[in-house]
Design a protein around this ligand. Structure first.
Ligand code: BTN
Length: 273
């Protein structure tokens, strides 16, 4: 693998969460670059406290330990480069070109979700090592095979690479391509121009920019029109009370009916929305 920054890949049969596993490894002093992959997660974590579900062996469930030397305000870009590398891998291995939904979801062209990213930091840090950030990504590879596999609240909201490519797609080459594509993207984050280039790629591929959105924060939600992505990867939203910059949260792309009826938004129970 070029540069071999991500040479320590630990493929686990079953674990509660690959993010939890790597955060514990980081607290014990593991270096940047350790990768944890699981056939099955018993308690996979999604954003905003949701669960991330997938049948054993079906999807790519993987976390990457980074110890970035980055301005704190640019940390969002760590998730961005993992999502961009995953999109590179989807293209190379499955011939599928995802679009982005802020913060870092990968969607099929029809808007169904293909992958989600969850970054978790350990604020305590370890002596002599930059503080760790674990970036986890779940890519729907073989599940769902069709809408019939999904619980009612996810029908029409999630898809997989096998569905989109209409052929068998395997996790191992997808992971290899993702890690190879991630290497230069992580290296680019060490320079201001490189950070700006990664944010620019997200901005150009991001279906959220220009969309009516509902922004979901840990503290509540608000509606507006997404107008851009900053060089730090944050979302700029125009609202009737002024422009807001969203650093962390989730968005729903609103359709006219959802604007009239807020109850028609997606369920928060499962993550693959
Ligand atoms: C989202 O809500 O869209 C983010 C989902 C992130 C899921 C991945 S699967 C591998 C890693 N381990 C976890 O527990 N979560 C992430």
């Amino acid at each position: 693998m070029p540069g071999n920054r991500f040479g320590d890949v630990r493929w686990l049969r079953s674990v509660d969460s690959t993010n939890r596993y790597l955060l514990d490894e980081a607290r014990a002093g593991a270096p940047e670059g350790v990768v944890a992959v699981a056939d099955h997660q018993e308690a996979g974590r999604g954003r905003l406290g949701r669960r991330w579900e997938a049948p054993p062996g079906a999807n790519l469930l993987c976390s990457i330990l980074l110890r970035p030397d980055l301005p704190v305000g640019s940390r969002h870009l760590l998730s961005t480069v993992v999502a961009l590398a995953a999109a590179d891998a989807c293209q190379a291995v499955a011939g599928v070109t995802p679009v982005f939904k802020w913060p870092n979801d990968l969607l099929a062209v029809d808007g169904r979700k293909l992958a989600g990213v969850l970054a978790e930091a350990d604020a305590t840090g370890q002596p002599g090592l930059p503080a760790p950030v674990v970036v986890g990504i779940g890519v729907n590879v073989a599940w769902p095979g069709s809408d019939a596999d999904l619980p009612a609240e996810l029908v029409g909201r999630a898809t997989s690479l096998c569905q989109e490519a209409d052929r068998l797609v395997e996790r191992e080459p997808l992971l290899a391509h993702l890690l190879a594509a991630l290497e230069p993207r992580v290296a680019a984050l060490g320079r201001a121009a490189g950070r700006s280039a990664q944010a620019d790629e997200l901005r150009r591929r991001c279906a959220t920019v220009g969309a009516r959105v509902r922004v979901q924060l840990a503290t509540g939600s608000f509606d507006g029109t997404a107008t851009g992505v900053t060089d730090e990867g944050h979302l700029v939203v125009a609202t009737p009370s002024g422009t807001r910059t969203v650093v962390a949260g989730d968005v729903v792309h609103l359709r006219a009916t959802e604007e009239r009826d807020p109850l028609s938004g997606p369920s928060g129970r499962l993550a693959s929305e």
